[in-house]
Write a protein that binds this ligand. Sequence first.
Ligand code: SAM
Length: 217
Amino acid sequence: MAEVNLLYRYPRSKRNVTARHAQQVQQRDVAMQFGREYFDGDRSQGYGGYRYDGRWIPVAETLCDHWGLKPGDRVLDIGCAKGFLVKDLQQVCPGLKVLGFDISQYALEHAEPEARGRVVRGNAAWLPFPDNSFRAAISINTIHNLERPLCVQAVREMQRVAPHGGYIQVDSYRTPDERELFLEWVLTARTHDDPDGWKALFREAGYTGDYYWTIIE
Ligand SMILES: C[S@@+](CC[C@H](N)C(=O)[O-])C[C@H]1O[C@@H](n2cnc3c(N)ncnc32)[C@H](O)[C@@H]1O
């Protein structure tokens, strides 16, 4: 038994992995500012143009049905970005009191006109709302952007303000291949895990709401 490179005749890659890695680090730094570059800059740094096109309307319908939301109910969207879901929840259920919450000054300044005045800036780890003040809280592809301890805190906060209706979606992977794709693609996730790892984090935070995964395939 010996250490032996059985791939020594395999052509050397011409790709400059170090340079690419350095570029990725730089892109991550830019993306993590959640500024113009992340939302409306180059695709390598984020969305490559985050524009309203109505794609959240069916999601809003599903969420309203899921919780039986009715006019007057208060709903919080944590990581609302430009308020697309805030706008569509109000459109699907007129009279719903939807509030968006996001750390990005840029996104909130460029929120949909229908969402303006209904979006608040802050960090998901510290929600400036009283206990049990929302019928439901939603957080889509957002809390994985926090370091693990703050991610747990964000889930706890969500549970605190909306103990009877939560929905969290986070980036995840089920196989080593999916994990590799995830690592190559995802720019901003500071906390990541497979579904079992996420479920353990949710338990640790005392979360009783619903959840699902965004998986890059
Ligand atoms: C991938 S985007 C998701 C936006 C939207 N929920 C969607 O699914 O299209 C992540 C959002 O989380 C926001 N965000 C990142 N870290 C945050 C934090 N600590 N607290 C609140 N919002 C945060 C970003 O500004 C961004 O709008």
